[in-house]
Design a protein around this ligand. Sequence first.
Ligand SMILES: C[S@@+](CC[C@H](N)C(=O)[O-])C[C@H]1O[C@@H](n2cnc3c(N)ncnc32)[C@H](O)[C@@H]1O
Length: 271
Amino acid sequence: MNIGKIIADRRKRLGFSQQMLAEKLNISFQAVSKWENGTSCPDVAILPDLAAILKISIDSLLGYPTQSLTEYDKRYSTEGYYWGQTPNTLCYEIMRLKPPTKPHKVLDIGCGEGKDAVFLARNGYKVTAFDISEKGLLKARELANHCNVKIDFFKADVRDFRLETDYDIIFSSGVFHYIPQEQRMIVIENLKKHTLASGINVINVFVRKPFIPLPPDIEESEILAGDWRSGELFMYYHDWQFHMNEENTFNCNSSGIPHKHCMDVLIAEKI
Ligand SMILES: C[S@@+](CC[C@H](N)C(=O)[O-])C[C@H]1O[C@@H](n2cnc3c(N)ncnc32)[C@H](O)[C@@H]1O
């Protein structure tokens, strides 16, 4: 993403007009407008102030989204399992719709510390899983060894990874909000193409609602990816059969500060 688009996205997320941002920087609003429409770039000398006002690092302002990697590596470096070891309830939906009467091939995208991948493997699925975090993968491998299951874990970035083999089930929980707006169609078309006939995609994604404040622990990479709109995920699967398409609002305390999230959940079958 270019710097103008990052400034515009971030400014809007913080509820500033171009005029308000200009005043904070002691410059004209035309200068801000020029940055945002790509006719000029901010001077290097202004970057530290601009980044501070937009509550973003200079790296991220320049389009280097490194935050999710370091953030998750940090979380996964602590003792124990950050997300616990209880499988996501969607795993039971997978078992209901595609019972392991044969070793269905599953791909878990953004598997974290592997609780869902391991659960599915223990139940007879042939699981492949990837994540961007080495630390998460390390724990996931340990969990798989401990449970005596074989899983093909590897490191990849959902934003630029493209599948070459086909799967019966593609699963992803709590990850798609990292996919930038302009890449969503490409990523999802690739997943759909590499889902076998009668296979399913099971995906959830955080969506933005104007009446729910931004979470206090929102990450830069999520901000840079841009909001997911309510129903957007469902739209990409308009030509598949839906087994679940629901939107849930729930309370969260992840940062120690109580807040709310809204999430769209999809289970769709390739007919
Ligand atoms: C909210 S956690 C969910 C983990 C796991 N799916 C679960 O439900 O336990 C988000 C995961 O996405 C991973 N992630 C973040 N950005 C990613 C990217 N660009 N490509 C792949 N994984 C990514 C993080 O490392 C993290 O493990």
